[in-house]
Design a protein. Sequence first.
Length: 122
Amino acid sequence: MKRKRLFDLVNKERDKQDAKWGIQDHPLIDDKLKTQLKACLEAVKLWNDEHESGDNWHDIAFEEFLEFFTAEDGSENQEEELVQIIAVLVEIYDYYIMKGNRKIVKYKKRNIIDKMTTIMIL
């Protein structure tokens, strides 16, 4: 039932965004930034390996974001990476709700990027 609430909240937020902004047709990422993110992804993986890190929600979600944005545009792998991002964010939601921390769902006036950033920082 908790995930149903999450997806209801997400659908409600998407409806608000659609009403406010209409269909948005932005490029996925700038080519220069994609090159920089590839280097960042390698650095994150190296850091995690050297420091036996990567076992916190920030590291996991951040690495998934980097893998998505550095995958070949339109590839099956890119779609898989996007699903993995969503799955990790749902897991973070499950974790915080299970722990009784409701901070994540209280941010109603912030846009989705701010919400993701907030989740990753927590």
